[in-house]
Design a protein around this ligand. Structure first.
Ligand code: F1P
Length: 287
């Protein structure tokens, strides 16, 4: 088996370990105004957490690609996400800050250890694959737990997502568009990125309601529209009217992301690709 497959399968265990030891102190406190930053996968996890933290009433929370964080706004804390702890845009941003900062990383030897005021190391979730799967979801599990959420039902859903057979039509589809709503918009982006990285598939991602404003134009036979979370009323019928396939499930969106990771690996194998080694990508992007 590939590293990617083993890392996908280990997610329930990784999440359990992370939520058993949520570090007090280093994470954003209720009431703080927070900017969450990262690149690639880490940016999409930042988007999901920002929406969840606001929904939990813990304070204004904005998510930015680290390269695009605005300079003219005041935040009480910047939360920087980076598996490698070496990504250039994240380190540059931290070096320019005069606010409190916290980083979450997998690598206790990386430069982010000195660049951030406080650091949470999730080394048990580090990965061998270039393609991030379990580190991304483990940090989100930790962040969800820090907002007071019970992760047990989510872990049970992930176990279901790992055990169930994958429908062939998801593996052979010509094109896949992921949709989300609220905090699952970031997860839809992440699912789409995973499928591109691991299997060089044509994927897109949108907020579910936005999908009706143009993106649905490409729906049709052999193409899949895949909702993470609860779909808006009528969307299934609209997609099916184009001849396209509509997929949704009652799993927690983070568990549904696990299913999308598995489909990404299956699509890589179907195309003769090694999901551990995406084209034109390295484990961390240093500019
Ligand atoms: C960010 C990132 C990953 C991507 C690949 C290259 O890494 O863009 O999202 O999957 O591994 O780097 P990091 O800052 O989280 O280490």
């Amino acid at each position: 088996t590939t590293h990617t497959e083993a890392e996908i399968a280990s997610q329930p265990d990784c999440w359990r370990r992370a939520v058993a030891g949520v570090p007090a102190g280093a994470l954003p406190r209720p009431g703080e105004r927070v900017a969450v930053v990262g690149c690639g996968t880490s940016w999409f996890i930042a988007m999901a957490y920002a929406a969840l933290r606001e929904r939990a009433g813990q304070g204004e929370t904005d998510a930015f690609a680290a390269s695009e964080a605005p300079t003219g706004r005041r935040y009480d804390r910047v939360l920087a996400l980076s598996r490698s702890g070496t990504t250039t845009e994240v380190l540059d941003l931290l070096s320019r800050l005069d606010t409190a900062s916290t980083a979450i990383t997998a690598d206790p030897e990386s430069p982010i250890m000195r660049a951030a005021g406080q650091v949470i190391v999730l080394d048990h979730a580090d990965e061998r694959s270039v393609v991030q799967t379990r580190f991304a979801t483990t940090q989100l599990a930790l962040l969800r737990a820090s907002l007071g959420e019970d992760l047990e039902p989510v872990i049970a859903d992930a176990e279901r997502a790992l055990a169930e057979p994958l429908p062939d039509e998801l593996i052979t589809a010509e094109q896949v568009t992921f949709l989300g709503s609220g905090w699952s918009v970031g997860l839809a982006q992440e699912a789409a990125l995973k499928m591109r990285e691991a299997s060089r598939s044509w994927t897109e991602a949108y907020p579910a309601m936005e999908y009706r404003h143009g993106p649905i134009s490409i729906a049709g036979p052999g193409r899949v529209t895949w909702m993470l979370g609860t779909a808006p009323e009528g969307l299934r019928a609209q997609v099916e009217a184009t001849g396209g396939t509509f997929t949704e499930s009652d799993l927690d969106p983070m568990a549904e992301l696990v299913r999308a990771q598995r489909v990404s690996v299956a699509r890589a194998f179907a195309r003769g690709l090694n999901p551990d080694e995406p084209l034109h990508l390295t484990r961390s992007v240093i500019l």
